[in-house]
Design a protein around this ligand. Structure first.
Ligand SMILES: *[C@@H]1O[C@H](CO)[C@@H](O)[C@H](O)[C@H]1NC(C)=O
Ligand SMILES: *[C@@H]1O[C@H](CO)[C@@H](O)[C@H](O)[C@H]1NC(C)=O
Ligand SMILES: *[C@@H]1O[C@H](CO)[C@@H](O)[C@H](O)[C@H]1NC(C)=O
Ligand SMILES: *[C@@H]1O[C@H](CO)[C@@H](O)[C@H](O)[C@H]1NC(C)=O
Ligand SMILES: *[C@@H]1O[C@H](CO)[C@@H](O)[C@H](O)[C@H]1NC(C)=O
Ligand SMILES: *[C@@H]1O[C@H](CO)[C@@H](O)[C@H](O)[C@H]1NC(C)=O
Length: 365
């Protein structure tokens, strides 16, 4: 009851803010940088069949076929595009696309830190992480594309004034790559500053080029991800929070998001004419997990359990992952988590709404 009340107060406070501080600019284009949470096909073009996201049942709910999204349907970026409305943002690596209304540079498994960092620190990348797709590489792709969008400072200012730029979510794969390589949580925490710094540099570079509307999303709660819950399972109940997430891993995300929020505040001061939002990915996921019924998620099973997977307490099995042959999805994908890492279309649609109306983004998009 107390929680619900606090939630309602938060909603009321935020919606009051909406009415007095925002004006809606009609966006004419969307550009997105990030990882699996917003990839709409780039990894699948770079490395077909990688991570199994190119196989059914990925895409079953909306597209009726795998599209390279790590989801059963649309991701947050898709819902934002449709709500404007704009066409779904085409993956940059798809040939022959019209990018005048936007491009998506996000690649599943992309890291905020450059590949060089991982090489230098002997963090053995998996074959997929070794693809050179970090945030700075994605920014380079944007630089390559830019002349086809606008050629002069005036033309670019005009174009960017009606374009929306999303920088992230990214960072998740940095942390999971380090953990998978056997690095400790303390080590990961010691790199959070650098990860956020790389996001801030990318944002600054875009703002320096005249970008006027930017969204910087935080990371999801790492300790609530079925893969993390499975691989780092603990016999000690005090390692889990009240929802059943691993507190030590959530701490990494909380630390990341705290530094990132502060960095966004700094950017807002440095670029007072731009509208820069911090968009929350952490709070919505924990709310879905704590109160699945309120948000319309199935309560047939624990909300921590993935829909698509090959067994185990969280339905995440390293040797039988979603998209591998014989691995099936749950009949009703109104769960929070889709494949043990990324989330369902249902979860993404609520997050996108929350970013648009101000419940999960300040200021709203
Ligand atoms: C990654 O790509 C960038 C830009 O294309 C290039 O400068 C860099 O050398 C590449 N790094 C690796 C490790 O291949
Ligand atoms: C910018 O100039 C290049 C080279 O002249 C041309 O190919 C491109 O179409 C121009 N872009 C725009 C938006 O006019
Ligand atoms: C773009 O917007 C900024 C501030 O919002 C304004 O200063 C600038 O003149 C605009 N540029 C164009 C070309 O409309
Ligand atoms: C469980 O974790 C708590 C807090 O980290 C610690 O104090 C306690 O000793 C642990 N118990 C066991 C059985 O390891
Ligand atoms: C989480 O972080 C807080 C503050 O940074 C710290 O006090 C706490 O011990 C951490 N908890 C775990 C489980 O790592
Ligand atoms: C994980 O998948 C393997 C291979 O299909 C299977 O043998 C094993 O029983 C599964 N584990 C669980 C916990 O379901």
């Amino acid at each position: 009851m107390g929680l619900v009340l606090a939630f309602l107060i938060a909603v009321t406070t935020l919606s009051q803010q909406v009415t007095c501080t925002t004006f809606r600019s009609p966006y004419k284009a969307i550009f997105n940088f990030g990882d699996a949470f917003s990839d709409t096909g780039n990894l699948n073009i770079l490395a077909p069949k990688a991570l199994y996201i190119g196989n059914p049942p990925y895409g079953e709910t909306y597209f009726n076929r795998p599209t390279g999204r790590a989801c059963n349907g649309r991701v947050v970026l898709d819902f934002i595009a449709q709500s404007i409305p704009l066409p779904l943002v085409p993956p940059y690596l798809a040939k022959g696309q019209d990018f005048s209304k936007g491009a998506n540079f996000a690649v599943a498994r992309a890291t905020a830190l450059d590949f060089k960092f991982y090489q230098e620190n002997n963090i053995i990348p998996t074959s997929i992480a070794s693809l050179n797709t970090s945030l700075s590489v994605q920014l380079g792709w944007f630089e390559n594309l830019k002349p086809s969008l606008c050629n002069t400072t005036d033309a670019c200012n005009l174009y960017f004034n009606s374009s929306l730029f999303l920088v992230g979510t990214i960072g998740f794969s940095d942390y999971t790559t380090m953990l998978t390589a056997g690095k400790t949580v303390d080590y990961v925490n010691s790199k959070v500053q650098d990860v956020v710094c790389s996001i801030t540099s990318a944002a600054t570079s875009l703002l320096d080029q005249g970008v006027q509307h930017m969204v910087v999303p935080g990371v999801v709660p790492l300790g609530c991800i079925p893969r993390i819950l499975t691989v780092y399972v603990s016999p000690n109940v005090s390692d889990y929070d009240s929802i059943g997430c691993l507190q030590r891993y959530n701490n990494i995300s909380q630390y990341h998001n705290k530094i990132l929020r502060d960095a966004v505040k700094q950017l807002q001061i440095e670029f007072p004419k731009a509208v820069i939002s911090y968009a929350d990915y952490y709070e919505p996921i924990t709310q879905f997990l704590a109160k699945p019924r309120i948000y319309g998620f199935t309560v047939n099973r624990s909300p921590l359990v993935a829909c698509c997977g090959g067994g185990g307490p969280y339905n995440y099995n390293l040797s039988a992952q979603c998209g591998q042959s014989g691995v099936t999805a749950c009949p009703d994908p109104t769960t929070v988590n889709w494949d043990g890492i990324a989330f369902t279309e249902k979860a993404y649609s609520i997050i996108a709404n929350g970013w648009r109306n101000g419940l999960f983004a300040i200021p709203p998009i």
